[in-house]
Design a protein around this ligand. Structure first.
Ligand code: ADP
Ligand code: MG
Length: 307
């Protein structure tokens, strides 16, 4: 795992201010405050997980970082500026589920869209002067597809690929512009356990090897636990951040939920949270659920998110 000193990526933000800094931040949707008193500092090359039950505002946190939802209090700085000012240096993978089998776009085209596509809502006509850049773009698309291990199937229609294959290509799309900060919203949620482990390891190595800071929203902390520098846990009654072993404890989570919650450590080192209530306003969540997910349950198509 990297420190800012090892990667130098923190130098991209003035005065070593950190890739992402929230101080006393709060967010509200309508009259309802989702979270408040949110302090977070993410340095270059750090890997941070955002955990918590459905409906507490994890996806909304990513929208605040992207500048599409304003904080209702406190300050938020992203890559040295206000949210939204450096989005071309951020890779974002929204919360979503698999592509419909009827989606015909090829994997390689999906990745290329990260460079050229709908990003600014403008299609740029190819002029002779742009030809060399196009060659570089194609090289970049090929190398990022290689990096995520998708070369064998990138020419196939995305709708015909498995969930794990789709997720690798979406990560490639988010990486193709060499972001300094990667925001991933539940990228493991629709995957089986071996694919969760493989994609978590891929994200961990991208963070570590390339000094990309990663903020990952996760329903299950266990697949990413080996790679994490820090977790942010949004409970129904508060927010805490720190090293996983300090935040994911019975005492801290009981405070964040305002009710007794127990953290169990399985023999294999997995963390299981028992007894957490659901977020207010959320009606189809994981009552008494596990932080490591109930993998026997049918997939929740929307993950409870509004995005
Ligand atoms: N644009 C919006 N307008 C009103 N309510 C919203 C909007 N976006 C999200 N919400 C509500 O805010 C809460 C948090 O949503 P979200 O950030 O998606 O939670 P999470 O990602 O933790 O499951 C939910 O109750 C959701 O319905
Ligand atoms: Mg969400």
């Amino acid at each position: 795992m990297n420190t800012p000193d090892q990667t130098g990526a923190a130098g991209s933000s003035p005065a070593g201010g950190g890739v992402l800094v929230l101080e006393g931040a709060a967010v509200a949707v309508g009259a309802r405050t989702l979270w408040s008193g949110f302090d977070l500092h993410v340095g270059g090359g750090e890997f941070v997980a955002v955990l918590g039950p459905n409906g507490v505002g994890k996806s909304t946190l990513l929208q605040v970082i992207l500048g599409t939802v304003p904080p209702s209090a406190g300050s938020v700085r992203v890559l040295g500026g206000p949210p939204g000012s450096a989005n071309d240096r951020i890779g974002y993978l929204p919360q979503r589920r698999g592509f419909d089998p009827s989606v015909r776009i090829r994997g390689v085209d999906l990745v290329r869209l990260g460079l050229t596509g709908t990003r600014f809502g403008v299609s740029v006509p190819l002029r002779p002067a742009a030809r060399r850049r196009r060659r570089e773009d194609e090289d970049r698309v090929a190398s990022v597809i290689e990096r995520v291990g998708a070369a064998a199937y990138a020419d196939r229609a995305i709708g015909h690929l498995s969930g794990g294959e789709q997720q690798r290509l979406l990560i490639a799309q988010a990486l193709v512009r060499r972001p300094e900060l990667l925001l991933l919203d539940e990228p493991l949620d629709s995957l089986d356990l071996p694919n969760q482990a493989a994609v978590a390891s891929l994200i961990g190595s991208i963070c570590c090897d390339e000094g990309v800071s990663v903020v990952i929203v996760a329903h299950d902390v266990n697949p990413i636990l080996p790679y994490l520098n820090r977790v942010v846990y949004i409970g129904t009654a508060g927010v805490a951040s720190g090293p996983p072993e300090e935040v994911i404890t019975s005492a801290t989570l009981s405070r964040l939920y305002g009710t007794p919650v127990e953290v169990l450590h399985s023999a294999g080192g997995r963390l299981v949270v028992v007894g957490q209530p659901d977020a207010p306003g959320h009606h189809h969540g994981h009552h008494g659920g596990l932080i490591d997910g109930d993998h026997s349950a049918p997939a929740d198509e929307n993950g409870g998110g509004a995005w």
